[in-house]
Design a protein around this ligand. Structure first.
Ligand SMILES: [Zn+2]
Ligand SMILES: [Zn+2]
Length: 310
């Protein structure tokens, strides 16, 4: 992973201790929920904070910085990076470089978070707690590494989450800090990490992506569209991961609306060939399931007839 000539030394030296302490503090602070009387308005706040930052991870860190699946201005690029960093999942360049590595080596020995190779919890969260992954290979992400403001944000990835937490406290006091930050960040983190863990374990397979990626409706709901992970692994440069109208992909809907206002543009879509292939594969799978059901039904009937005739 390390390439001392290309990795900024400051990233290597600063990240571990501060990040580890903050990480475990945030995990434990979810328990502060018991110090605040329950109210639905606080639940809505937690959900709003969750989905705002989930968009920062899915649309910004993943679809923009990792896969360059749409274009935007330099100013909005920074805003996207800031919202993503508010999730407390390190900086955009770090995140995207490691994610590009995941696609390059999906489910091989070199994959940094493959549940089939290294176990569920390792792929879910233990991998990024290791010192080995505090660095990233610059050659994986020269297209964004060239921006000094992104490199600054990457080195100081604690600024957006900390200022967000302070803002919540100033506006709504302890209750807002607990629900809007502690509770929300806990669930946001684990939901995001399911895409590295659960969506390589549970779900259906449409495309032959040569890895363990799955499509999972429930994970797509939870992560604003990222659960269509098999689609994504097969054709990863697309801005939409739900390839058909019935595959819910809220991040893409928001990107689409932003494109109407000229805030983002050139949203990449899967080519017709990929879409047609998906429909064909769905039909084949439906047909083989039908045949299997029919075979089972016939076997049961045969058994019954056998029992009656004896
Ligand atoms: Zn994956
Ligand atoms: Zn990806």
């Amino acid at each position: 992973m390390n390439s001392s000539s290309t990795v900024e030394p400051v990233v290597k030296e600063q990240a571990p201790l501060l990040f580890l302490i903050l990480f475990f503090l945030v995990q434990v602070t979810v328990l502060t929920v018991f110090t605040v009387p329950f109210s639905w308005s606080l639940v809505w706040l937690a959900l709003g904070s969750y989905f705002l930052r989930m968009f920062g991870i899915t649309a910004a860190y993943h679809r923009y910085f990792s896969h360059a699946s749409f274009k935007t201005s330099r100013v909005f690029q920074f805003i996207l990076a800031w919202i993503g960093a508010m999730s407390m999942q390190k900086g955009p360049i770090w995140w995207a470089a490691h994610h590009r590595n995941h696609h390059k080596y999906s489910d091989t020995e070199k994959d940094i978070h493959s549940p089939s190779r290294k176990g569920f919890w390792y792929s879910h969260m233990l991998w990024f707690l290791r010192n080995d992954y505090n660095d990233y290979e610059v050659k994986l992400i020269p297209d964004f590494y060239k921006y000094p403001e992104l490199r600054f944000l990457d080195r100081n990835h604690w600024i957006p989450p900390l200022s967000y937490a302070i803002l919540l406290y100033l506006v709504g006091g302890w209750a807002w800090l607990v629900y809007g930050y502690a509770v929300s960040t806990f669930f946001l983190g684990h939901a995001t990490w399911t895409i590295n863990s659960l969506s390589h374990v549970y779900g259906s397979v449409r495309y032959d992506s040569r890895d363990t990626s799955k499509n999972n409706f429930w994970l797509a709901l939870l992560t604003m569209g990222e659960g269509w992970h098999n689609n994504h692994h097969y054709y990863c440069s697309s801005a939409n991961q739900g390839f058909y109208w019935y595959e819910v992909d809220v991040s893409y809907y928001i990107l689409k609306v932003l494109s109407w206002f000229g805030i983002v543009w050139d949203l990449k879509k899967p080519p017709k060939k990929v879409l047609d292939e998906g429909i064909m594969r769905d039909r084949e799978q439906k047909e083989s399931k039908r045949l299997l059901r029919e075979t089972k039904r016939n076997a049961k009937l045969k058994n019954k007839v056998g029992v009656l005739s004896t």
